[in-house]
Design a protein around this ligand. Structure first.
Ligand code: SF4
Ligand code: SF4
Length: 449
């Protein structure tokens, strides 16, 4: 038997529609098998709180082995996992095709799915937080939007929110925009209609706006449009869109994921077949279409077509540059940029596209920080996890504040939620502070537009 696989990791489809998937004993047996391998390995101890929780349980048990840990405590490990996928794709030597066939995140997902079907004590709160599309639509109603944003800044309301909804009173929470990205962009037209396909890139773009850009920070979407217009790339909005499903996946609500998939796929697969590159500016949404949905629906041709057409914006622009079809005559230097590469982008296995492109801007030094920020979507704002989110992020906050070339002028993360979490962590830890902006905003600025 070989110690560790030398081949690229492969992933098995998620057998979520079979009855066997929800067999609790089989799932716990598989967890025990995997925990035992992890106990003998311990490489992932610094990634998140799942592994320290597991190893503490083992070390404090009577046998100091996994067989000494009560199965009743397994969910303590599961609860700390936010499915970032880093252990699978960046650390573990025992993932398939290795014969140990170890998939830590997907056994966590299975346990979450079983728990979700049974109902958990925090289910009401968790479902509300994961309903990003519905929350955005409700909060975006004029008058309501001001009230919601004002309450998010009010100490008494936050204390009430913590006790009633379980959202930590000190956690950064996003504001809602008075006008959604989609309602703004529906009235805009691309400046160019001529399509120039490259060897690597389709010459026309369909924008999947994502819940966050649509309801919380439409400016990121507007920056994307400005960059596309500047490069004479015709774009359209996906005609209709629903949440990508990642927040529901993280809860184990797989039926909820399937409902959203059924709304998105007819629209997105049509665009994919018409030859559009589909761009999503939030890495988690891109990952959902590139990896998780294809694994949940391996035999769905629409899902596979969308997978092939989905690009992270910086992936698209760097490929466009290789095609000789991107303007790289940047006009405005950005100075020192501390750049955090989001976990859900790292696991897409495409290298550091954001860094590659921003590094081409003159008078710009990009320093990459490759570690989990600890925010993890809705996980880090929850009352019981916020302190861990701050603890996991501490090394990131420090590295982001210490750019090797001097004080950072900008901090940026592909995941804007992580960006805000890092900014909050830097402030709480009294570290060097800097302006925070999404990398697309920095790219737009570099063009001087
Ligand atoms: S998927 Fe991420 S959060 Fe879950 S156990 Fe692995 S590293 Fe930790
Ligand atoms: S997931 Fe793999 S690398 Fe991480 S602790 Fe377990 S066996 Fe080791």
């Amino acid at each position: 038997m070989r110690e560790g696989s030398l081949e690229a990791p492969t992933r098995h489809p998620i057998d979520w529609q079979s009855e066997a998937f929800y067999d609790e004993k089989a799932c716990f047996d598989e967890m025990e098998r995997i925990f035992d391998i992890c106990h003998g390995c311990r490489r992932c101890v610094s990634l998140c709180q799942s592994f320290p929780t597991l190893f503490d349980l083992v070390d404090e048990s009577e046998t100091m082995e996994v067989d000494g840990v009560s199965r009743n405590d397994y969910m303590k490990v599961v609860d700390q996992c936010y499915l970032c996928d880093l252990c699978y794709l960046t650390k573990c030597p025992y993932v398939p095709p290795h014969e140990w066939n170890l998939d830590f995140p997907h056994v966590m997902l299975r346990a979450k799915a079983i728990a979700f079907k049974k109902g958990t004590s925090t289910q009401f709160r968790d479902v509300q937080l994961a309903s990003t599309d519905r929350n955005g639509k409700l909060a975006g109603i004029p008058v309501v939007v001001q009230a919601v944003n004002a309450l998010a800044k009010n100490d008494s309301a936050r204390k009430l929110g913590e006790s009633m909804l379980g959202v930590h009173r000190e956690a950064w929470v996003p504001e809602f925009a008075p006008k959604s990205f989609r309602s703004q962009a529906q009235t805009q037209r691309a400046v160019s209609t001529s399509v120039k396909n490259g060897a690597r890139t389709p010459g026309k773009v369909a924008i999947f706006s994502t819940c966050y850009v649509n309801y919380n920070e439409p400016g990121i979407g507007q920056d994307l449009i400005k960059i596309l217009d500047h490069n004479q790339i015709p774009w359209i909005l996906a005609e209709k869109e629903a949440c990508c499903g990642m927040p529901k996946l993280e809860l184990g609500d797989l039926d909820g994921v399937a409902e959203l998939k059924a709304k998105n796929m007819p629209v997105l697969s049509k665009l994919a077949r018409e030859g559009y590159a589909i761009l999503a500016a939030i890495p988690s949404c891109g990952l959902m279409f590139k990896q998780e949905l294809p694994l949940m629906f391996p035999n769905c041709p629409d899902t596979q077509a969308v997978k092939a057409a989905m690009f992270d914006p910086f992936e698209y622009f760097t490929e466009r540059s290789k095609d000789g079809l991107l303007d790289t005559g940047f006009k405005v230097g950005l100075g020192h940029v501390s750049y955090h590469i989001a976990c859900h982008l790292r696991v897409q296995n495409m290298g550091q596209r954001t860094k590659d492109l921003l590094s081409q801007v003159p008078e710009t030094k990009v320093h990459t920080v490759e570690r989990c920020s600890g925010h993890a979507g809705t996980w880090g704002v929850k009352k019981e996890f916020f302190d861990n989110a701050m603890k996991i992020g501490k090394p990131v906050f420090k590295q982001m504040s210490e750019h090797p070339a001097g004080k950072p002028d900008w901090i940026a993360s592909d995941c804007q939620l992580a960006g805000h979490h890092i900014a909050q962590g830097m402030e709480r830890n009294k570290l060097n502070e800097a302006n925070m902006a999404h990398p697309l905003t920095l790219l737009r600025m570099a063009y001087g537009i």
